[in-house]
Design a protein around this ligand. Structure first.
Ligand code: PGA
Length: 279
């Protein structure tokens, strides 16, 4: 290839990259801030919390994932208070009904007002949840019209060995392959070493992994990847939310510890709404 042909190819590639970046900016969505209460909160505390947290759908979406027994009363309270906050669950089974002691189905979650559900959180993967189970759950949730929030992320050993990209690609592929329609899909990147440790990934580290995740989704499902929200989770708090929100591929956050206090959760919502609310 002569020099002028090489220059032409370079220009075309640069133009393509520019267009891709522009299309991502244009398609950047309103922020999504999700609270994962894990096995915390009482009904009384939860109701107090709901009284204080508002969400304006014009600015972004706020979702609370309480423990199962709180879903029903919280749904009633949310309807009364009209806070704009949405309800999610922390887990689900992939079957409709049957002899599955201790499990709940998609239909049961919908009956109590859940639109969102976490799938494959690392605390569940550590308790033995397999990639196969995660795939069944994702399929079932998508079929129902609910929004699955699929959690992926490397552990501390994998991080130290530089295996982050490889691990998240594997997890994305396992969860998202062979799905006919992923338009409701939400991904949360949660490095296991950052969860509950106070040691968050830097916004730049998170952005890089989010780019890898978006590329993996693109490899499997094409251009819809640009519209899939990718959240960051792992020691998100009031102080680091603003700088996370500034990054192009960080569309929101999944918050554990800091979502249990009204003040810190409100501050995280404000940070994301300020940064992305006008998108
Ligand atoms: P954390 O938890 O914010 O307490 O680190 C996040 C999560 O596990 O979803």
């Amino acid at each position: 290839m002569n020099t002028s042909a090489r220059r032409q190819v370079k220009e075309i590639v640069e133009q393509m990259i520019k267009e891709q970046i522009q299309s991502r900016s244009l398609q950047r969505q309103k922020p999504l801030v999700v609270a994962n209460w894990k096995m915390n909160m009482s009904l009384e505390k939860a109701l107090h919390f709901l009284n204080s947290v508002q969400s304006d759908p014009q600015e972004g979406t706020v979702v609370i994932c309480p423990p199962y027994p709180l879903l029903y009363p919280i749904n009633i309270a949310m309807k009364k208070l009209q806070t704009g906050v949405q309800l999610g669950a922390q887990n689900v089974h992939w079957k409709d009904h049957g002899a599955h002691t201790g499990e709940v189905s998609v239909g049961m979650l919908q009956e109590v007002g859940c639109n969102f559900v976490l799938i494959g959180h690392s605390e569940r993967r550590m308790a033995g949840e397999s990639e196969e189970a995660i795939q069944h759950k994702v399929k079932q949730v998508l079929q129902s019209g609910m929004y699955p929030i699929v959690c992926v992320g490397e552990n501390s050993e994998e991080f130290k060995q530089g295996l982050t990209s490889q691990i998240v690609k594997q997890q994305i592929e396992a969860a998202l392959k062979n799905l006919p329609n992923i338009s409701n899909m939400i991904i949360a990147y949660e490095p296991v070493w950052a969860i509950g440790t106070g040691q968050s990934a830097t916004p730049y580290q998170a952005e890089k992994v989010h780019q890898t995740i978006r590329q993996s989704i693109h490899d499997l499902h094409g251009s819809i990847a640009q519209r899939i929200p990718i959240l960051y989770g792992g020691s998100v708090h009031a102080e680091n939310a603003r700088s996370l929100a500034a990054y192009e591929n960080i569309d929101g956050v999944l918050v554990g510890g800091a979502s249990l206090e009204v003040k810190s959760f409100q501050s995280i919502i404000r940070s994301f709404n300020k940064e992305l609310g006008s998108a």
